[in-house]
Design a protein around this ligand. Structure first.
Ligand SMILES: Nc1ncnc2c1ncn2[C@@H]1O[C@H](COP(=O)(O)OP(=O)(O)O)[C@@H](O)[C@H]1O
Ligand SMILES: [Mg+2]
Length: 278
């Protein structure tokens, strides 16, 4: 099976307002497999959003290639298919609302690609049910909470038929309750519907829930691995301006001062276990 997303030597150069070249991505090699839940973390300006925009051809490579389900984003004939396959959810929930009623908002994408009326109705219903928003189908989106708006945005990608959803800091503008709603929704879609998830976040507690964490720095992949592998690298994360979870930092400090604490502790529970079994 093809990877859902594959980049080869992906380089992106912007031309800024002063006509200077800004290399936002410098030769990224990555593969995202069907059904994976991948988190991408990295300091501001490390290239996360630029990378995300290549995953559904909102940006095209300056050098190198991006393939989505084997389809090259540089081939214009592939664009419709790619944009259907890979749904995008952005940071600001208000910028993504296109209709005055929730179900019309969710129907917008599939309607545009000519899904027949009966099927459209079914798709919208299934999508809203999947994000637990069916009871709001006739509500006005702008009156919803941030977390609910983001779930409507997610439903829009599902109704379009996306099997991969790329979310660029979807919880940055939400309260803790909204943040939890989004993460739980994506985990459920990943587990139950095998939706491939690419989740950009600056919340380490969110990234800890992924199958794999990719750490970006200055337009490159600094390192990657399971949450356990990545978040144990407390020192390196700090060098990149990122903070490891509290338990990982605490375990790291205890180890430094000579305590016999096992490697790979990143959650409070693991830390509590390690301390109480001493
Ligand atoms: N439209 C643009 N024009 C010029 N430079 C840009 C543009 N968008 C982003 N950049 C630059 O590209 C780099 C990566 O930005 P971005 O992908 O937004 O990073 P992140 O999402 O990790 O904060 C930064 O140096 C940023 O200033
Ligand atoms: Mg960004």
């Amino acid at each position: 099976m093809d990877p859902v997303i594959e980049t080869k030597g992906l380089t992106h150069v912007y031309i800024d307002a002063d006509n200077n070249q800004v290399t936002a991505l410098g030769g990224i090699e990555m593969q995202i497999e069907p059904g994976e839940f991948v988190a991408i973390i990295g300091a501001n300006g490390s290239g996360k959003s630029t990378l995300a925009r290549h995953f559904n051809a909102l940006l095209l490579p300056t050098e190198g290639n991006v393939r989505v389900h084997g389809l090259d984003t540089l081939e214009e004939d592939n664009l419709w298919k790619i944009r259907q396959n890979t749904g995008m959810v952005f940071q600001n929930p208000d910028n993504q609302i296109v209709a005055a009623v929730v179900e019309e908002d969710v129907a917008f994408g599939p309607e545009n690609i000519g899904v027949p009326a009966e099927e459209l109705k079914q798709r919208v219903e299934d999508a809203l049910r999947a994000v637990d928003m069916l009871e709001y189908r006739e509500h006005a989106p702008h009156l919803l909470s941030g977390g609910q708006k983001q779930r409507v945005a997610i439903a829009g990608t599902l109704a379009l038929g996306s099997d991969c959803i790329v979310l660029d800091e979807p919880t940055a503008m939400l309260d803790p309750k909204g943040r939890k709603e989004i993460l739980n929704t994506m985990r459920k879609l990943n587990k139950e519907q095998h939706i491939t998830v690419v989740y950009i976040t600056h919340f380490m507690t969110e990234a800890m829930q992924a199958d794999r964490v990719i750490v970006m720095s200055e337009g490159k992949i600094a390192f990657q691995g399971t949450p356990k592998e990545v978040f144990s690298r407390v020192d390196e994360l700090e060098t990149l301006g990122l903070e490891a979870p509290l338990a990982a930092k605490f375990a790291f400090e205890l180890r430094k001062s000579g305590a016999k604490i096992p490697d790979g502790i990143i959650t409070n529970e693991e830390l509590a276990d390690a301390l109480s079994s001493r």
